[in-house]
Structures are given as structure tokens and as C-alpha cells.
Write a protein that binds this ligand. Structure first.
Ligand code: FES
Length: 85
């Protein structure tokens, strides 16, 4: 598990090993946009403020990977991710 901090919402959620960030946000009652939920469509692109991301999508260009995360598939490598949500 790892934590995601939602900067605008002012919440910190724990993402279990068997749930995606997207599912965890929904479980917490937050509105999220998604479509493929497999890291290919680009709909769930979310601005990343800080954190060490394990990028698992097929969408982001290398130069975007410091600033964005696809929350349907990608996870934290370690520690906590801070998202602009
Ligand atoms: Fe399609 Fe995440 S919902 S890339």
C-alpha cells in the first residue's frame, strides 16, 4: 500500500495493493474521469505535484512523466504521491 495526498481536496488516502488510485478515489466518493482503465486512453491523466511514480501506462511521453500520472494503472514506487486533485 501507499498514500496519495490530494492537495486541493485536502485529503490523504491509502491505496491498497489490490486497488488502483482511481478506484481508491471513487471508494472515497470523489468524482473521477476514466474510460479504458488499462493505461491506454489518456482520460485519467492527472497532474502530479510530487512523488516517485511507477508509471505503468502506455500514454505518457517521457518528458511528461515528472508532471503527470495515469491514475488507473500507475502506482507509487515508494512513499507518498501528491496529486493536484
Ligand atoms: Fe484510460 Fe486511465 S482511464 S488511461
Amino acid at each position: 500500500p501507499f498514500e496519495v495526498e490530494l492537495k486541493k481536496t485536502g485529503k490523504t488516502l491509502t491505496v491498497p495493493d489490490d486497488r488502483s488510485i482511481l478506484e481508491t478515489l471513487r471508494d472515497a466518493g470523489l468524482q473521477t474521469s476514466s474510460s479504458c482503465e488499462s493505461g491506454t486512453c489518456g482520460t485519467c491523466k492527472t497532474r502530479l505535484l510530487s512523488g516517485d511514480v511507477d508509471h505503468r501506462d502506455m500514454v505518457l511521453m517521457d518528458e511528461e512523466k515528472d508532471d503527470y500520472i495515469m491514475i488507473c494503472v500507475s502506482r507509487a514506487k515508494s512513499g507518498r504521491l501528491v496529486l493536484d486533485l
